[in-house]
Design a protein around this ligand. Structure first.
Ligand SMILES: Cc1cc2nc3c(=O)[nH]c(=O)nc-3n(C[C@H](O)[C@H](O)[C@H](O)COP(=O)(O)OP(=O)(O)OC[C@H]3O[C@@H](n4cnc5c(N)ncnc54)[C@H](O)[C@@H]3O)c2cc1C
Length: 468
């Protein structure tokens, strides 16, 4: 075989001798894939169908030893590196052109300790894997709303979901993380060990190392909770959103309520209010009554439901492989003017699959100090996420433009903060907006743990040294 041409960390080209690649391959328990190999195309495909990147090599890691081996190989040859878990980053940051993709998506083990109420989760597990294992014991920790999202990517950036208002972000529930650093060292991070790194891993994304496993605190949840959706017509969406805002902002921590404008195949454009109550069913019925009475809604699909089933209800809106584009703003309030902008703009939506999402925060998330973890957006009450979803790449421009124009319209109603996990290729100014006052501390941590910016394909915290 001829030598392999690869991209370096700083973007130039390099040639790897075949003997070096073969030695790397034989040092792995998992597969090493290159263009032309059978599984290469499926391994480089991620959730967003718009992403079409071609790594020079893909290391499909089978365990920690493979991750160390892959990091060492990339360091020794100064290769461009991406790290993949669930493959959900909107801009496909977990895949790279010409570099080494360190793929953890085969490392999906979840070990629950039901006595200690903890779970140790491998770095490539999905939220579905996590919920499946923990719910066998009537336990859960905060996860997002789509089952094929990666636990690691979600947690390292924060991690909001249906039980976050009661139990905090996913990163707030971390007890420890096993990490492979930029110099291919294995370290543990917890409150007691490498506490500075542990702070940075709770919101700082993939900037500091590869999480090979993450340990969580678990809580009693379900297994049956009260949840489902209420549907209102678009004509009633303004009043219903005003009521939703008043109701959700006064809700107890046990309740999370998200609002979504969507196009129903049967009913056309509608407002859906999706709820999850994790206290007693009787109390939930009482608390939800005013929301269920308001309108009244066109349809009320709230009832007792298995927590794992509720956690899977979002999957149908986000199938793997369609084309996606979104932008986000954090909001503290949802004013009448903001509602007007959202509903009017939704009337012009160019794709029946596209959505406008308001995901609720607050509760326990807001009671953690702004500098207690790298995630700093503790005052956010809602994440506003206009999302275009389509399937014909030739039409991308108008779907992207629709999201951008609504995002611009909503700027006056934003806190100015953004959720790092929902960032794509927006650029450095937005990374700064995501970290706010914690940014300088994160730069200092980056200087210590990754001064050459080995982990650069992420919402990048740039080290201070010039030229890296
Ligand atoms: C359909 C959908 C629904 C979502 N819903 C929610 C939600 O409800 N709540 C929420 O908080 N977020 C949500 N998100 C955002 C989600 O948290 C981010 O996209 C997150 O980055 C996904 O992680 P991943 O592992 O799937 O992604 P990947 O694309 O695999 O990884 C994203 C980045 O995370 C880093 N990374 C991943 N794995 C590791 C690892 N093991 N070690 C070190 N770094 C790693 C890398 O920098 C990588 O580029 C959603 C995203 C999608 C697409």
């Amino acid at each position: 075989m001829p030598n392999l041409r690869m991209k370096t960390r700083l973007g130039s080209e390099t040639e790897l001798a075949e003997t070096a690649v073969e030695a790397f391959k034989s040092g792995l328990r998992g597969a090493l894939l290159r263009p032309g190999d059978n599984d290469y195309d499926s391994a480089r495909a991620v959730w967003n169908g718009m992403v079409d990147k071609r790594p020079g090599l893909i290391a499909r890691c089978a365990g920690v030893a493979d991750v160390i081996c892959a990091a060492a190989f990339a360091r020794d040859h100064d290769l461009l590196v991406s790290v993949r878990a669930g493959g959900h980053n909107i801009a496909g940051k977990s895949v790279c052109d010409g570099g080494l993709m360190i793929d953890l998506s085969r490392m999906r083990g979840v070990h629950v300790d039901p006595v200690g109420s903890t779970a140790r989760v491998e770095g490539g597990a999905t939220l579905g894997d996590l919920d499946h294992e923990t719910q066998a014991f009537g336990l859960a920790t905060t996860a997002g709303v789509v089952t094929h999202t990666g636990v690691a990517g979600l947690t390292l950036g924060g991690g909001i979901g249906r039980i976050g208002r009661k139990y905090g972000l996913a990163c707030d529930n971390l007890l420890s993380v096993d990490v492979v650093t930029a110099d291919a060292r294995f370290v543990k991070a917890s409150a007691a060990e490498n506490a500075d790194l542990f702070w940075g891993l709770r919101g700082g994304g993939g900037n500091f190392g590869i999480a090979t496993s993450l340990e969580y605190r678990l809580h009693p949840v379900g297994p049956v909770v009260l949840g489902g959706v209420l549907i209102h017509s678009l004509e009633k969406a303004r009043e219903a959103l005003e009521f939703y805002y008043q109701f959700s902002s006064a809700a107890p921590d046990e309740l999370a309520a998200d609002a979504v404008l969507l196009t129903s195949p049967d009913l056309g454009p509608v407002l859906a209010i999706s709820v999850c109550y994790i206290g007693s069913l009787g109390e939930g019925e009482r608390i939800l009554q005013p929301l269920r009475r308001f309108g009244p809604p066109l349809s009320d699909q709230i009832g007792p439901i298995a927590y794992t089933e509720l956690q899977a209800t979002g999957d149908m809106f986000f199938p793997i492989g369609l084309d996606y584009y979104w932008k986000t703003h954090f909001m503290k309030e949802i004013s009448r003017e903001a509602i007007d902008a959202i509903v009017s703009h939704f009337a012009t939506v160019p794709s029946p699959r596209s959505l406008v999402i308001l995901q609720q925060y607050g509760g326990a998330v807001s009671r953690v100090g702004q500098s207690a973890t790298a995630f700093s957006q503790r005052d956010a009450q809602y994440d506003f996420i206009p999302t275009s979803i389509w399937s014909d790449l030739a039409e991308s421009e108008r779907h992207i433009a629709w999201v951008r124009s609504l995002w611009e319209l909503m700027k006056p109603f934003s806190t100015g903060g953004v959720y790092v996990n929902n960032l794509g290729d927006e650029g450095q100014e937005h990374v700064g907006a995501a970290y706010g006052p914690n940014y300088e501390r994160l730069v200092a941590l980056k200087n210590k743990y990754d001064p050459v910016n080995f982990f650069r394909l992420n919402a990048n915290i740039k080290p201070s040294h010039a030229g890296v």
